[in-house]
Design a protein around this ligand. Sequence first.
Ligand code: 3PY
Length: 252
Amino acid sequence: RYRKTIIAGNWKMNKTPSEAKALIEEMKPLLSKTKWCEMVLCVPFTDIQAAVKAAKGSKIAIGAENMHFEKSGAFTGEISADMLKELGVKYVIVGHSERRQYFNETDENCNKKVKAAIENGLRPILCVGESLAEREQDVTMEVIRKQVKIALQGVAAEDIKKVVIAYEPIWAIGTGKTATSEQAGEVCAKIRDCLRELYGARAARAITIQYGGSMNAKNAAELLAQPDVDGGLIGGASLKSADFAAIVEAAN
Ligand code: 3PY
């Protein structure tokens, strides 16, 4: 195996700290047998402390869903990488389409966040993906190549393995529509081609590329069977212990 399979949950704006604790405790016994697959739960900032504590003694790593790229300062309401790091956070989602859509995230600020995450020892999960209009206009790969290239600008070759890329077609997010496994596999393969152009074949082989967008217990095995789909970023199904465990099982 050239690279790790990573199944990451994205809880979005769900769960209070006590609910987070209860859900992780419910998941823990179901997830104990994983061998190949790394598991991550990306949770709201306010759940991090409870989640890290609840996940102790398991293989579940805790991630955040966003962060600010500056170290500190006058950014009311924002959270920096070292604040996350001190709580035991290992991963951070960058540029989820909901953040691009509702909170004006751009490829340029994703780039700053990716670099700040790496500098602080967090692994960024960089989300890229096309809208339905872009797919219909046949510009999917132009859009995604631009997102990847700008977000990774200035990321050094020795750091690129720390980056996880999540391909999330916007039309499949929270809509219940999933890309077919062929569509997902095709775009993930082309993302790897783009990474090969930027960083060479060896590095490109080592990078985990996830599919995200309504991945669930039913469709996970087929999506994960695609050679360039190395895991998933899971929305709704990561809020249900049995479903999340089934996806992890499919990846194992
Ligand atoms: C989804 O599955 O809807 C997601 O957005 C995962 O990040």
